[in-house]
Design a protein around this ligand. Structure first.
Ligand code: AMP
Length: 284
């Protein structure tokens, strides 16, 4: 696996692969790789001839009071993990080379970005779409793999790709979970022991709701009330939102007719760690 830090060098190498007819599959990450990220790299291995993992803690997608400074950085083990899953290139640029002094362009995707995570984290998705489009261009990607864990991010990126005619095929890989059901996340390492135990309830609640839906319960109010009552029994989890939405992340009132995204965000009481998770009900 080659480690590249310079975008121009990377692009030149990848264009040479493309000229030979090879397909470039890209996995954008912020590093601190865990089994969830590794599953995306393995998926990319089946989708492309050349697999590029990008590792960049993108400052523009963090809010002013978020965890940019303390975000985990584990470069050595990230290299090992990416290589063990068959990555050909690991691209790890410096912030100053991604955003040089005169940089002044933002990719803004409307609608879907104003809700849920976008409402909780103003400006977050502008940071995401701008860096993802830059990474697609730097890597001349044919395919890119994203995780269902960040369900709204997937919807936003698919929309950007559609709206801007970006010639990249977006593949979505399932959420990888701890044995307890807790969705793997680089931020799980912030959790206290007690919070980690309690955080397993997040997915258990979502799975119960999915079971209820599969058994015929399609009233949003009932599904939400049941979930709220369930999470109320877990005082270390402060729920920020529970949302039942369509693919534009617009709230569904009344009954779910086809499918819905059931998503939530919470902050843990002691370490103030922000966690998100979701399940798809029916066909979204
Ligand atoms: P991040 O490093 O958090 O920006 O995530 C990079 C990619 O990994 C995104 O596409 C995430 O959706 C995906 N990802 C993060 N956690 C998981 C997980 N537990 N299962 C599957 N994909 C994940």
């Amino acid at each position: 696996m080659k480690i590249v830090k310079d975008a121009e060098v990377l692009q030149k190498k990848l264009l040479a692969h493309k000229a030979k007819g090879e397909r470039i599959a890209v996995v954008p990450t912020m590093g601190a790789l865990h089994e969830g990220h590794l599953s995306l790299i393995k998926k990319a291995r089946t989708e492309g001839d050349i697999v590029v993992v990008t590792l960049f803690v993108n400052p523009t997608q963090f809010g002013p009071n978020e965890d940019l400074d303390k975000y985990p950085r584990t470069f050595e083990s990230d290299c090992e993990g990416a290589e063990s899953c068959g990555a050909d290139y690991l691209f790890a640029p410096m912030v100053t080379s991604v955003y040089p002094e005169q940089f002044d362009t933002v990719v803004h995707c409307g609608g879907v970005t104003s809700r849920l995570e976008g409402a909780s984290r103003p400006g977050h998705f502008d940071g995401v779409t701008t860096i993802v489009l830059k990474l697609f261009n730097m890597t001349v990607a044919d395919v890119a793999v994203f995780g269902q864990k960040d369900a709204q991010q997937v919807l936003v990126i698919k929309k950007m790709v559609r709206d801007l005619n970006v010639p990249v095929n977006i593949i979505v890989a399932p959420t990888v979970r701890e044995e307890s059901g807790l969705a793997m996340s680089s931020r799980n390492r912030y959790l206290t022991k007690a919070e980690k135990v309690e955080a397993a309830a997040l997915s258990q609640g979502l799975f119960r709701a999915k079971d209820d839906f599969d058994r015929g319960e399609n009233r949003v109010s009932v599904l939400r009330d049941t979930l709220e009552a369930y999470y109320a029994k877990h005082p270390l989890l402060k729920i920020e939102y529970i949302a039942v939405t369509d693919r534009e992340c617009i709230a569904i009132d009344g009954d779910i007719t086809n499918g819905a995204l059931l998503s939530l965000a919470c902050r843990t009481k002691d370490s103030q760690t922000r966690l998100i998770d979701n399940v798809i009900l029916g066909d979204l």
